[in-house]
Design a protein around this ligand. Structure first.
Ligand SMILES: Nc1ncnc2c1ncn2[C@@H]1O[C@H](COP(=O)(O)OP(=O)(O)OP(=O)(O)O)[C@@H](O)[C@H]1O
Length: 362
């Protein structure tokens, strides 16, 4: 999928912008506070229905305006045009549209627009809590396996139901709870199997990209299911029954899963510099992009915010080269064009400059 034209209205300091990006590389430059990240944040809304900087949708609505909108005309791999859009207002009402059909189901929209993002905060993918890594893995599964979203919604529902019973001190071994316990086990194991297969597929690709960025390290990737390695989930739930009853929620299951990385046998955060952590994240995201493309025969969109921060010029070039080699549509922001000297070699690029929320093509 490629974005062919994008329109942002009343989004942060951008009152109105119509942008015709390149199908390959679009570079957005401007001084601090000019609106570069806001532009990417607007595009990100199409792929996630939320911001990457705040949980509050209100914060991205331009001051003194009632709502914002993001529209895009896209072209898919078959050359078919699709028009998508999303609007949100100050009453927290939201609607999205696909080819003129309105929907309040965000998954209808975001499943069409596979977007990934790299920012200076992306090291959270390695340093942050396991939920960051589950989200990363589930993004891939969501876009690759059509039933994964439903499965994951079912699991969340079953987990909520189970936790509510635990809070009420219910005895989950009682016959009246057996049906739900067995549903929980089935769905949880199904999710786990899918994630395990996905991580197994991702790992060799990640190793390959990482060897390009950090040849001095050997990486080991392991998937932690969310319960003891050689135990079954049902067995672990029984073992934890008393403890879970005390704390009032389920302490084992795929909602506790994690992907663990060891570099030269040590935890990534103990051995890598901040710049090296960014490279490891870049390698992971390149691997995700490659796997997405292999499994779906589709192309994705990649947003690189503030690319100059802590990636040296060679790594920036390697990262962008890697994405463009996979025919990814890349959007890059930088304070100064000089941070991207190497871009002269790319054909089909488009350059924009942002000043006080106004975007002009250079
Ligand atoms: N809801 C809003 N309405 C209007 N302006 C806003 C709103 N939220 C933020 N701003 C302003 O929008 C401007 C653009 O911020 P943005 O983060 O996009 O800049 P940037 O070009 O990415 O800067 P930097 O290089 O410092 O990261 C800032 O001046 C900010 O104060």
């Amino acid at each position: 999928m490629k974005l062919d034209e994008v329109q942002l209205t009343n989004f942060r300091n951008i009152s109105q912008v119509t942008l015709r990006p390149s199908p390959r590389l679009t570079v957005v430059s401007g001084v601090n506070g000019s609106g570069k990240s806001s532009l990417l944040e607007g595009l990100y809304y199409l792929g996630y229905g939320r911001s990457f900087r705040t949980k509050k949708h209100q914060s991205v609505i331009a001051h003194e305006q009632q709502g914002f909108s993001v529209f895009a005309r896209c072209v898919d791999e078959q050359g078919t045009e699709i028009k998508v859009g999303l609007e949100r207002n100050r009453h927290d009402e939201f609607t999205c549209s696909i080819d003129g059909t309105h929907s309040t189901r965000l998954s209808d929209l975001v499943s069409k627009i596979p977007i990934q993002l790299f920012t200076p905060q992306s090291t959270d993918l390695i340093l942050g809590s396991p939920s960051e890594r589950r989200r990363f893995c589930d993004w891939g599964l969501f876009h690759v396996e059509h039933d994964f979203h439903l499965l994951s919604q079912q699991y969340q529902k079953l987990l909520r139901h189970r936790n509510a019973l635990l809070k009420q001190q219910a005895n989950l071994a009682a016959p009246e709870h057996q049906y739900w316990e067995s549903q929980f086990d089935t769905v949880a194991n199904h999710i786990t199997a899918k994630r395990q297969v996905y991580v197994d597929k991702l790992t060799p690709i990640f190793e390959q990209f990482l060897a390009g960025f950090l040849p001095e390290f050997t990486v080991t990737v392991s998937y932690y299911k969310g319960w003891e390695k050689d135990a079954t989930l049902s067995g672990s739930l029984v073992k934890k029954a008393e403890y879970d009853g005390k704390i009032g929620h389920t302490s084992v299951g795929p909602h506790k899963a994690d992907i663990r990385f060891k570099l030269n046998g040590a935890n990534a955060q103990e051995i890598l510099s901040r710049g090296q952590l960014r490279m490891a994240v870049a390698a992971l995201q390149l691997a995700q992009t490659a796997l997405f493309s292999d499994l779906t025969a589709k192309k994705s969109i990649f947003l690189l915010d503030d690319v100059g921060a802590e990636l040296d010029i060679d790594k920036r070039e390697r990262f962008i080269d890697g994405l463009l080699d996979m025919d990814t549509q890349v959007f890059v922001t930088a304070i100064e064009r000089s941070q991207l000297n190497f871009i002269n070699k790319y054909n089909d690029k488009r350059m924009f400059h942002v000043e006080h929320g106004h975007v002009t093509e250079e």
